[in-house]
Design a protein around this ligand. Structure first.
Ligand SMILES: Nc1ncnc2c1ncn2[C@@H]1O[C@H](COP(=O)(O)OP(=O)(O)O)[C@@H](O)[C@H]1O
Ligand code: SF4
Ligand SMILES: [Mg+2]
Length: 366
């Protein structure tokens, strides 16, 4: 077993780690890998390709603007999303899911990496260049209460993006909006009503209709059902699934609710403290989770069948601050399998079976 091998190797060698040297070695290797990947041609089959994405928020600056301390909210994240596909992004609160979604949509400037949309490198696009692309990438937020303007009618809210992006001729806007409302399960007389007249579920339908009004190809769904009653959640998820099929939408579906993610996703990415620690097809991630963090997250899902004994891994301890993440493997402070090496050397994110990636020392040499 890899775990025993690591222990034996460490004992035999009486390994002494020089943390500063290891950090330098890791950063250089990471840079070299990224540079190698940046030279590769874009995948013509991917709608969205994210390569080594980085987003850091400055925490402390000198008067001249030099950053003294930063919080790396998204660190070296790479994946591909295809048309009509859903990638679920899971991880505890604060692990960088929202920041990643917003950075991909260029609502936050990135600090490294590449964002390729429809074969076009949009990483450094400015507002003007983003205008045409903006309508192809939409977002649905968690809170349907604060994300709708209170003083506009539903008709007004849904007509605005259609007019701005000239989706249909002016004379056809109302019919277009009514048709969209019908697709999203909104009655036609809602057209004259105001957001405050509706429940959370209906408001989220309005938000979905607004996002889809401009015919997007990609929708970032950031915890779209977390604020809703459990009874309403399934209706909204089913609506998103139906609309995905009829409009061939790709979803980046962010949620901390694993059962929702399991239902809607084709592929799943697991994030911890800004990094993707595991990525793969839904089947591989659930049938054969590789990373101890993924296993621990899944252990927390209640098992409805008492006959199936689960090998539960407790997820103990607090999440460390992303402003000051642990050295080596960031999960080592909470990992039940952590070895000495984990405290000093960051494991490389590697493909362990086709399309199934993870970053953990225990997997190396298997
Ligand atoms: N505008 C910001 N300025 C500074 N730190 C931020 C900002 N937005 C998010 N963060 C920090 O980035 C980390 C990731 O946050 P977020 O992306 O919201 O995580 P999640 O969506 O997974 O809960 C958190 O530590 C959060 O405090
Ligand atoms: S590399 Fe990280 S996840 Fe893997 S055993 Fe070590 S501490 Fe745990
Ligand atoms: Mg969030």
């Amino acid at each position: 077993m890899a775990e025993e091998k690591i222990l034996e190797a460490e004992e035999a060698l009486q390994v002494q780690y020089d943390d500063e040297a290891e950090k330098q070695k890791y950063l250089e290797a990471k840079k070299a890998r990224a540079e190698e990947d940046f030279k590769k041609p874009f995948d013509p089959n991917a709608l969205l390709e994210v390569r080594h994405l980085r987003k850091a928020f400055p925490l402390k600056k000198t008067i001249t603007g030099k950053v003294l301390q930063e919080l790396v909210a998204v660190d070296d994240v790479s994946f591909k999303l295809h048309a009509g596909e859903t990638i679920g992004i899971v991880g505890e609160s604060g692990c960088g899911k929202t920041t990643m979604g917003r950075t991909i949509l260029k609502l936050h400037p990135s600090n490294g990496g590449q964002i390729i949309f429809n074969g076009e490198d949009i990483t450094n696009y400015k507002t003007k260049q983003m205008r045409e692309i903006r309508k192809k990438m939409q977002i649905i937020f968690q809170d349907p209460y604060s994300s709708l303007p209170p003083r506009s009618t539903v008709g007004g809210i849904l007509s605005e993006p259609v007019n701005v992006h000239k989706i249909v001729p002016k004379a056809e806007v109302k019919d277009y909006v009514l048709d969209l409302m019908d697709k999203c399960g909104l009655r036609d007389y809602y057209y004259e009503r105001y957001p405050h007249e509706f429940s959370g579920g209906q408001r989220q339908r309005i938000c979905i209709a607004r996002a889809l009004s401009v015919n997007p190809q990609l929708v970032v769904c950031d915890e779209p059902v977390s604020a809703l009653d459990v009874s309403i959640q399934a209706q909204i998820i089913n609506l998103l699934k139906e609309l995905q099929e009829s409009m061939n939408l790709a979803y980046l579906f962010i949620s901390h609710d694993l059962s929702v993610v399991k239902f809607i996703s084709d592929k799943i990415g697991v994030m911890y403290l800004g990094s993707m620690v595991e990525f793969g097809s839904k089947h591989d991630i659930f049938a054969n989770p590789l990373h101890p963090y993924t296993k621990a997250l899944f252990s927390a899902i209640p098992n409805p069948n008492p006959d199936i004994k689960m090998n539960r891994i407790p997820l103990t301890g607090d999440i460390p601050s992303p402003a000051n993440p642990p050295k080596g493997c960031r999960f080592h402070t909470r990992c039940p399998y952590a070895k000495e090496i984990c405290k000093h050397i960051t494991p490389e994110y590697k493909e362990y079976e086709p399309g199934h990636f993870a970053a953990c020392h225990l997997l190396e040499g298997n």
